[in-house]
Design a protein around this ligand. Sequence first.
Ligand code: ZN
Length: 225
Amino acid sequence: MRVTLSPAALSKVFYVALSNREVEVAGFLLGQVREDQVLVIDSLWVGSRGGKAHVELDFNVMAKVVEELEKNGKDEVIVGWWHSHPGMGADFMSAIDVKTQYVWQSLFPYAIALIVDPAEYEKGGISEKSCRLYRIANSEYEAIPFDMTLELDDLSHTGLKSLQRTLRRGVGVTLTRMGEETYKERFTKRTRELIVLALSIWIIIFILLLWALFHVFSYMKKREE
Ligand SMILES: [Zn+2]
C-alpha cells in the first residue's frame, strides 16, 4: 500500500497539535483510495482525547462527515484518523491506539493512523519522532512509509476542486459540540451536588427540631405530674 499525504492535510494536523500542546487531540483523515494507493487530501479536527469521549471513534461525527462528503460529490472518503502525542514522541502506538486502529481497519480495510508530536516537530521538523503512519498487521502495529509529493497524476484525479475545499474547510469542525457536552456534564454535576447539600441541611434542621420538640413535651409532661 502506497500512502501520499498532502502537505495541506499534514499542516492542518500540526496546526491543531501545536495549538493544543497540553492535551492529546484527534481527528479524521479524508482522501481517496485508488488501487493500492491511499491519498490523504484533507484532515479534520474532532476534539480532545481522554475522559469518557472517544473522539477518534465518534460515529455521530463520522456519519456527519460522510454525509457532507456525499453532498460534495462523493470524490472523497474517510481514509483514517490522526491524533497527537504531545511530548511523548510519535514513534509508538499505545494499547488503546492499537485497539482503536483495529476498529478503524475493520470499518475501512485501508484505514491508516497518523500520529504526530508537536514538541518533536518544533525540535526537528518532520521526522520519525514527530510524524508517523501506522497500520495493524497480525495484531501488532507497524509503521508504514509515506511520501508528501503530489504527482501530476494525483492532482488530475483529485481535481482542483478537492484541493480548494481542503483549503476552505479550515480546522476544528466539531470542537464546539464536544466542548458544550463537557460543559453541560459539569453543570449537571454541580447542580446535583447543590441539591444534595441543601437536602442534608434540611434533614439536620428537621432532626434538631424533632429533638427540641421531644424535650419540650417531656418537660411539660413532668410538670403535669
Ligand atoms: Zn496514541
